[in-house]
Write a protein that binds this ligand. Structure first.
Ligand SMILES: [Zn+2]
Length: 61
């Protein structure tokens, strides 16, 4: 089994961890069609439109 030959310093460990992506809240905008909140550059989850056209049909529950 491959094993590390030398232990990395705390500074080196922490430098590696600074590059780790943190969880952030997604950007939200209002849908121009139904004013529902949606993510920018995504089709609207409630009315299924993108760029003024309906591109996905939303299933009614
Ligand atoms: Zn919408």
């Amino acid at each position: 089994m491959a094993n590390p030959k030398h232990r990395h310093s705390k500074s080196r460990r922490d430098k590696r961890r600074t590059q780790k992506q943190k969880l952030t809240a997604p950007n939200l905008t209002a849908c121009p069609q139904c004013q529902e909140v949606k993510q920018p550059h995504h089709a609207c989850m409630s009315c299924g439109t993108y760029n003024g056209r309906e591109i996905v049909t939303v299933q009614q529950i």
